[in-house]
Unconditional design. Structure first.
Length: 303
């Protein structure tokens, strides 16, 4: 197994994930926590093999909204604008905003594994990342003093994908329904990584809605300062996809966003129709460690 440094993380060559052994698995995990993200090159996994490797690497959990998931392999979340037999497979245009996967859940999944199945023919498919440990160390002292030891509130309500069965509901009713099934949750604003001991700001513009126990104005000010800094050119890095890549990252360290171009508001429906076909398979998982080192340990069960 050999590695090569990327703009963020590292690429890994010379390992076959179809028959990976215990020593190689441990080396991959060590590389992940050290580098935040690893891109394992030249892989050829079918759906079952993808699920099997995920179960070796961690404790995979199906996404809470089942219509995102593969009909035959529910561990696999499908991001795709492709139709099969006249029906969409998975959900189109996911993740085009800064977020950390499943941060709005009571027990966020700490590891994400992504594999391309169809890449656009003429446009590069990329994912952008921000290392929030670097951001923590760059924050002004007065910001750190106000969030250290506190909590951020998280919700997926503003990123909910409207479904056919939502027709006839008004926006307020849809938001109430979202909060009923997945109420807002609080997580530490600053994590201590359970493996590396590093401090990380655990928040994103996509899912973080407030600073707990702060007034609306105070909360809005703090979050804007943090996210404006995080999303600056100093911290944003980008990974370009190739077929055969399998990318794994730690959601504690990294927030991410699809690199696709934003559709123009004044012509959004027509622009979306013209987007090239793309399909990505995603599995999110627990890694056997707590979200934050200061939290009590939880029990994880492999699926």
């Amino acid at each position: 197994m050999t590695t090569e440094k990327l703009d963020i993380g590292s690429s890994v060559h010379g390992v076959n994930l179809n028959n990976v052994n215990a020593a190689e698995l441990q080396e991959l995990k060590d590389l992940l926590y050290k580098n935040r993200i690893i891109v394992v090159k030249n892989q050829n996994l079918n759906e079952q093999q993808y699920c099997d490797f995920a179960a070796k690497f961690g404790f995979p959990v199906p996404y809470l909204q089942s219509h995102y998931n593969h009909p035959d392999y529910p561990l696999i979340f499908i991001s795709s604008n492709i139709k099969q037999n006249g029906k969409h497979l998975g959900v189109a245009r996911t993740g085009g905003y800064w977020h950390s996967d499943t941060a709005f859940e009571q027990n966020p999944k700490t590891i994400t594994m992504l594999m391309p199945k169809v890449l656009p023919a003429t446009v590069k498919r990329t994912t952008r990342f921000i290392d929030m440990s670097r951001v923590y160390h760059a924050l002004p002292a007065h910001i750190i003093q106000q969030i250290e030891g506190g909590e951020f509130m998280h919700s997926g309500r503003w990123r909910y994908k409207i479904r056919t069965e939502d027709a006839g509901l008004d926006i307020a009713e849809i938001l109430e329904l979202i909060d009923y099934y997945q109420p807002p949750v609080a997580h530490p604003a600053v994590l201590v990584h359970p493996v590396t001991g590093e401090k990380i700001v655990y928040g994103t513009r996509g899912f973080t809605t407030a600073v707990k126990n702060k007034t609306g104005d105070e909360s809005a000010y703090l979050l804007k300062e943090i996210f404006d800094l995080a999303e600056s050119d100093e911290f944003v890095r980008e990974v370009t996809w190739e077929m055969g890549d399998l990318i794994i990252w730690d959601n504690r360290f990294l927030q991410h966003s699809s690199g696709r171009a934003k559709a123009p508001t004044d012509n959004i429906h027509e622009a979306v129709k013209k987007e090239e076909e793309t399909m990505m398979y995603r599995i999110t998982m627990e890694d056997g460690h707590t979200l934050c080192a200061s939290l009590l340990p939880t029990t994880s069960v492999a699926i």
